[in-house]
Write a protein that binds this ligand. Structure first.
Ligand code: ATP
Length: 630
């Protein structure tokens, strides 16, 4: 499978967006943090000058000079302490506020994305997993940026001091350039290796969850795979960390070589200053000037190396973590906005004619495999339509396209002639209802677990009870100690667990909360229930659907099922095979055609009849008549 990743937005633009977002969070606080962090750089850098003046005073035996120098150093130390304390406090307070705002922003972005591509694409998942892990830390972006700029200011002032002794001494900074270049290059290399290993990290976390969660506990013990899982977990971490360790060792070797180069240049500058004699800086002119200049070069040069290594590591850290996270955030913002930009129409109030697929071809983004190939279909308003096909034929994919979770690679889907891609996805979703085989267990009181299917009516008991009744889930509620008020989920106080089938019945009830959806999607929603229960449910449901939806909304019901006893009750049946629609029509038409459908139906029917004959019961599932589609 080929997963091509769309590029991250450019660093400068992403940083500017993050800064704007930070500024909007608290303009006053971020300004104080910036100004004090930058101001704290000056006394730090000028400390070398105070020290040199002190050495000069001592060497010359000049009491006044000594007093002035001590006062100067004292003022610098006090200012440095004060500014550092204020900037530290301001940065922390700002980071606290920004953390909440940014985490909420990331969560909101993820939930507002109308497609589910970012939940299913491996490359997007890797990208988002790094963003999610660092979302709270993103708040430190600002203090990191400010202190990086502060260090650069210290660097410039220190180079200025060195040049005041001899302009050539400024070249010492050049000796640090290889170190900075190496740090930047290595940071990019390490980031790439980290990204390449993100899938192994996700696998390791997944294996950890698997090995420690209650859900998988039974199967793991029965299969006796505990040791195997531990080995897999260890192997996944090793696959992630081994290349990182290698690349970090190489980085360390390069950094050591660069530090050695700078050290040699520094010693040379000190030696030249010692032999040069007094000249240069006006501040230090006079007796004891040579000693003062050597002291200045020693103090400024050693700080220079500290500032350069600080700025190199801060720049590296900034690029590797903060800037990278800022770019991921900008990418997620663009991704969310791109989906919204396409939509410029509201969802219709009712479907008059139907939904149509015109030459729809679909490949999952970033993959090569064509799942649906030039599919043309008419889904008439007010009908119940079943989709059948072997595993992997594309049934759920077709459902996802109709829900707007993905857009077709080519071709288009229209609702009464209007392009689905241009209908506001949130509005379209409000007009959908659905239940899926991979349902979610909402561990809330039963009333809420069902009611969230239609948030507007979550407090409407009649609506909740009606949905439960339609889903045939009343028996589940009857067995709960506190009925609809029972807390579901064993991990909650007073919580109770349900069987898989009971959870699925509640998921189906949740799907029925919306009374008159334009599209009701039932993607194997009863796979955990008996064929008889599914059959009875669908029989009732199909009859009700015909009565309700045609009259009010022209709503269409889509049912995905592998049980032909249920499928035969639909008005129309789509048979998917070989990336396209192999057959389409009513049960009668398809059985008369003697194609794939007739063959599969025949196999299930005879297997079912044989089973019933053996048990002496009456086979009723395959003898029901289809509801009248008229
Ligand atoms: N998120 C995804 N990314 C890439 N490929 C996918 C994704 N989801 C499904 N596929 C692939 O698309 C094809 C169709 O899958 P789909 O789930 O639509 O089949 P299905 O007919 O619903 O199968 P089943 O009866 O087993 O539920 C399969 O080959 C599957 O591997």
């Amino acid at each position: 499978m080929n997963q091509s990743t769309d590029p991250l937005p450019p660093a400068g633009a992403a940083l500017a967006r993050s800064l704007r977002r930070g500024y909007r969070t608290n303009p006053g606080l971020i300004t104080v943090a910036l100004v004090t962090t930058l101001a704290a750089a000056a006394p730090d850098a000028l400390f070398a000058l105070g020290l040199a003046a002190l050495v000069q005073g001592v060497t010359a035996g000049d009491g006044l000079r000594i007093t002035e120098a001590v006062a100067f150093v004292g003022v610098l130390a006090t200012a440095s302490w004060l500014l550092n304390v204020v900037s530290d406090r301001a940065n922390r307070r700002f980071a606290d506020r920004a953390a909440v705002a940014l985490e909420a922003h990331v969560a909101e972005l993820q939930s507002t994305i109308s497609t589910i591509e970012h939940h299913e694409r491996a490359d997007h998942l890797d990208r988002i997993s790094v963003l999610r892990d660092h979302a709270d830390a993103l708040s430190l972006l600002y203090s990191q940026l400010f202190s990086t700029v502060g260090t650069l200011v210290r660097l410039v002032l220190t180079v200025g001091l060195l040049m005041s002794v001899d302009p050539l001494f400024g070249l010492l900074a050049l000796a640090a350039v290889p170190g900075v270049l190496v740090a930047n290059r290595r940071s990019a290399v390490e980031k790439a290796v980290e990204e390449a290993g993100a899938q192994h990290e996700r696998r390791a976390r997944h294996l950890f969850d698997l090995g420690t969660s209650a859900a998988a506990g039974k199967e793991i013990r029965v299969a006796g795979v505990q040791q195997w899982l531990r080995e897999q977990h260890w192997a996944a971490w090793t696959r992630r960390s081994a290349p990182l360790t290698r690349v970090r060792w190489v980085s360390t070797a390069w950094s050591a070589a660069c530090a050695t180069l700078f050290g040699a240049a520094f010693l040379a500058v000190v030696a030249v200053a010692a032999h040069q004699g007094g000249s240069g800086s006006g501040v230090l002119r006079g007796s004891g000037q040579t000693a003062a200049q050597v002291a200045l070069v020693l103090a400024a040069g050693s700080r220079l190396s500290q500032f350069i290594s600080d700025s190199a590591s801060q720049t590296q850290f900034f690029r590797a973590i903060w800037l990278d996270v800022a770019r991921r955030l900008a990418w997620l913002e663009d991704f969310a906005a791109a989906g919204a930009a396409r939509a410029d129409r509201p969802a219709p109030q009712r479907i008059r004619h139907g939904i149509r697929l015109e030459e729809v071809t679909f490949r999952y983004p970033g993959t090569d495999r064509t799942v649906l190939d030039r599919v043309n279909l008419d889904l008439p308003a007010g009908t119940v339509i079943a989709i059948v096909g072997e595993n992997g034929a594309g049934k759920s994919t077709l459902v996802k396209l109709l829900c707007g979770f993905y857009t077709p690679t080519s071709g288009r889907i229209t609702v009464d002639g209007a392009d689905l891609g241009r209908i506001d996805p949130a509005d379209w979703r409000r007009r959908l209802a659905g239940a899926f085989q991979d349902f979610f267990r909402f561990e809330y009181p039963a009333r809420v677990a069902v009611g969230v299917g239609d948030l507007d009516r979550i407090a409407d008991d009649d609506a909740v009870r009606h949905a439960i009744e339609r889903a045939g889930a009343q028996d589940v509620i009857d067995r709960l100690e506190h009925g609809l008020d029972s807390q579901l989920g064993l991990t909650w106080p007073g919580g109770t667990d349900l069987s898989h089938g009971q959870w699925q019945k509640l998921a189906l009830a949740r799907g029925f909360m919306r009374d008159t959806p334009l599209l009701l999607v039932l993607d194997e929603p009863t796979s955990a229930l008996d064929a008889e229960i599914e059959h009875a449910l669908f029989e009732r449901f199909a009859a009700a659907a015909h009565a309700d939806t045609r009259a009010e909304t022209g709503g269409i019901t889509l049912l995905v099922s592998h049980r032909f006893s249920t499928v035969r009750m639909a008005d129309l049946i789509i048979v998917l095979s070989g990336e396209t629609v192999a057959e389409y029509g009513t049960h009668e038409q398809l059985t008369a055609r003697a194609g794939i459908y007739a063959e599969l139906y025949g196999i299930q029917e005879s297997a079912y009849r044989a089973g019933y004959q053996n048990s002496g019961a009456t086979a009723s599932l395959f003898t029901s008549t289809s509801p009248d589609p008229a």
